[in-house]
Design a protein around this ligand. Sequence first.
Ligand SMILES: Nc1ncnc2c1ncn2[C@@H]1O[C@H](COP(=O)(O)OP(=O)(O)OP(=O)(O)O)[C@@H](O)[C@H]1O
Length: 388
Amino acid sequence: MIRLDRVSKRYPDGTGAVEDLSLDVAEGDLVTLVGPSGCGKTTTMKMVNRLIEPTSGRILINGEDITRRDPVKLRRGIGYVIQSGGLLPHRTVLDNTVTVPSLLRWDRRKAKARGRELLELVGLEPDTYADRYPHQLSGGQRQRVGVARALAADPPVLLMDEPFGAVDPVVRDRLQTEFLRLHAELKKTVLLVTHDIDEAVRMGDRMAVFAPGGRIEQYDTPLAVLGSPANDYVADFVGADRGLKRLAVTPITPDDLEQPPVVRLDDSLTHARETLRAADARWAVVLDAQGDLHGWIDDREPISGSGTVRDRARRMEAWVPADSSLKAAFGMMLQYDAGWIAVVDGGRFLGVLTPQRLHEALRRSVGAEEAGIPPEHVVLETIDSIID
Ligand SMILES: Nc1ncnc2c1ncn2[C@@H]1O[C@H](COP(=O)(O)OP(=O)(O)OP(=O)(O)O)[C@@H](O)[C@H]1O
């Protein structure tokens, strides 16, 4: 979709910002450009919409050399989001949102309808926000308008320069989550510049790690970059806690789950007691009549009497969906001070994740990356197996 082919940029004052850089971005991928300040990320991005012209090399979008395109027309087909939104202060939110459709001379009514639809899409209620001015918005809201504006003419490509850099960490986290949801839905091809390694890992289908002088030291999936950094520079940049960072991008897999004993709400307490005894367990998961997760029952107080599980079952407060990351599961365990966490698909109970299983899942994921095999084929060495 986007190809940078041996691109270099030397500014007139002699500064070499980008050096012989090649990068292929697949259609629909979100690629993060990450690295310390001054290493050429922004220069690289701005060459894609010709805000900066390369000194040498070629840039292709869908096979077409963009240096042959009229820069103004080219830019109208590429959404561009910059830090703090870059909104025009004297224009309303709606007018800002439809800047590009207006330039493209869309019918005014159609443009406004599109603008309202986009505000809705980025989580800003149009009735409340459409007629406000940028100074009447919070930083996070301005950033949302910036994203809506970039999407207005439905461009296939989005360029985002530190789009979540100007807001506090809580708002940033929310904007990142919302943008990932939006990206999953819209499947734009996105280049996102950031100097925040956590953001690069979380957001990127792939990440390009830049070094000073405008070189890419590694271009791969976040899992691969964290699992096998290409060299000392990348290892240093991603940090000593890269094992922890992997948690955020390692999905839960069925192999990671433990299967505790299961009882139903309408089972008798006698049956529940026998189930626990047979499994030599202290607790069991409780499902409702539809087989959906209800809660759990434990034997901290003896399970006796003639009632049903319903009388003793406790509601489950902490669970995670099956498509969560190990980090989300770990976060839930800490938040609820829980020794295990249920994993569900819709309402359907799949199993539980325990700290030990979580640790094994992480080791499997690292082992898989190092050996280039699927995680389920990794054989984990335990202390026992080493002693044997
Ligand atoms: N117009 C310019 N003229 C001369 N040098 C420039 C110009 N713009 C940028 N540079 C230099 O080019 C290098 C790369 O800058 P660039 O803005 O691409 O880096 P960056 O990685 O995006 O940095 P940051 O994260 O701080 O935004 C830097 O050394 C910068 O000082």
